[in-house]
Design a protein around this ligand. Sequence first.
Ligand SMILES: N[C@@H](CCC(=O)N[C@@H](CS)C(=O)NCC(=O)O)C(=O)O
Length: 223
Amino acid sequence: MTRLTLFVAPYACPRVPTAALEEVGVPFETIVVGIDAGEHKSPEFQKLNPKGKVPCLLVNDEPLTENVAILSWLHRRFPDAGLLPATDCELEKMRQVADLAFCAGGLHPIVTRIRMSHRFVEDPSLALQVRKKGIDAMRPNADMINDRLAGSNWWYADKWSVIDAYLHWIWFRMTGAGFPAGDYPHWQAHYERTSNYPSVQKMLAREVQWQAELESRGAAYPP
Ligand SMILES: N[C@@H](CCC(=O)N[C@@H](CS)C(=O)NCC(=O)O)C(=O)O
């Protein structure tokens, strides 16, 4: 049996592959990395992921990094789990990769500007400007996502996928940092729907344990 171990951090993007692994339903372990305590910069972790980021998935001790790659690998390795809609069309498969890349490469960096605006400035008083620019940059994306979710439960109409888990994390992160949720009612409703989706609920229950573990070693941080 393939041994799977995922390096995670509470409230961070490893929420997405955790929900994916819960959806697959195979046994897996998580190792919690205290980002605020700088544990992602430790030599031990950087040996596995020199980029110093979570998630990092160990497949029988072999590391795989980047959400797009981890989620794509899980989808290929466990095709019956339905992490993405099944299709024989090569173009459609690549459109699914494009959707993953949009979340990871398009939306995530904007979320970082909104949520971690202080990281982009020397002078802390300028952080608000960075956050405002991040919110401005997110708005056209949020319009498009809100429109797409207007008439359907999930990103791919009637079929839940890991894109929904990704949008769930992005919404959580940016609205928690001041993004105006009320302007995007369909994405808000999607967030609530996804919060009740079984594999997302299992992921959120795991996250409570991750935070408790960080608290026990004095490395916890607020959402
Ligand atoms: N491109 C990476 C981004 C991963 C990433 O930025 N992870 C964040 C958590 S959401 C992280 O590890 N941050 C640690 C830090 O740089 O402080 C992916 O999609 O997997």
